[in-house]
Design a protein around this ligand. Structure first.
Ligand SMILES: [Zn+2]
Length: 160
C-alpha cells in the first residue's frame, strides 16, 4: 500500500511512521557528527562533551557558552539542544556543511587579532561573553554567516 493510495487512519499511521523514521535518521546524523573528535569539546571554550549546538553557525557548544550564543539572538546564533530539540533537515544539513567545530573555528579564528584567544572551560561569564560577541558579531563576518549585528544592541566588539 502506497501513501498516496492509503486513506483515513491508515494514511495517518503511515505518515506517523514516516515522521518517526525521519526524526530517527536526523538524530542519527547528529549523533554521528558528535562522534567526530573535534566535536567532542565545546567550539568556544574547549569544555568536554558539548550538549548544545548553534545550528546556523555550525558548532557544538557547552551549556555555559550556550547562554552567550542565546544572548546574541537567533538571527545570529540559533541554539538547539543536541538531545532535547527536534532538528529539521536544513539545520542538520547546515551543521554537516560547516564540517564541525574545527572547520568553523578555522574560519572565525582567521579574523582574531594577535593575542586574542579562546576562553578556557573555567573562564568567567564575562570573558566568555566577550569572546562570543567578538567572534560572532565581528562586522567583517556579516557576509560569512549572514548575521546582522548592526543594531548595536549588544555593543560592537572592537574593530581590528
Ligand atoms: Zn563552552
Amino acid at each position: 500500500m502506497t501513501l498516496r493510495r492509503a486513506s483515513g487512519r491508515l494514511r495517518t499511521r503511515m505518515l506517523q511512521g514516516f515522521c518517526i523514521l525521519k526524526c530517527n535518521s536526523n538524530a542519527k546524523r547528529l549523533k554521528d557528527l558528535l562522534l567526530n573528535s573535534d566535536n567532542r569539546v565545546c567550539a568556544d571554550c574547549d569544555a568536554p562533551d558539548p550538549k548544545w549546538a548553534s545550528a546556523n553557525i555550525g558548532v557544538f557548544i557547552c551549556l555555559k557558552c550556550c547562554g552567550g550564543h542565546r544572548s546574541l539572538g537567533t538571527h545570529i546564533s540559533k541554539v538547539l539542544s543536541v538531545t532535547l530539540d527536534d532538528w529539521s533537515d536544513d539545520e542538520i544539513d547546515s551543521m554537516v556543511e560547516v564540517g564541525g567545530n574545527s572547520s568553523a573555528n578555522s574560519i572565525y579564528e582567521a579574523y582574531f587579532p594577535e593575542g586574542f584567544s579562546k576562553p578556557g572551560p573555567e573562564a568567567s561569564n564575562e570573558e566568555r561573553m566577550k569572546f562570543i560577541r567578538y567572534t560572532f558579531c565581528l562586522p567583517r563576518l556579516y557576509t560569512i554567516n549572514g548575521s546582522d549585528c548592526s543594531t548595536g544592541k549588544y555593543g560592537h566588539p572592537p574593530v581590528v
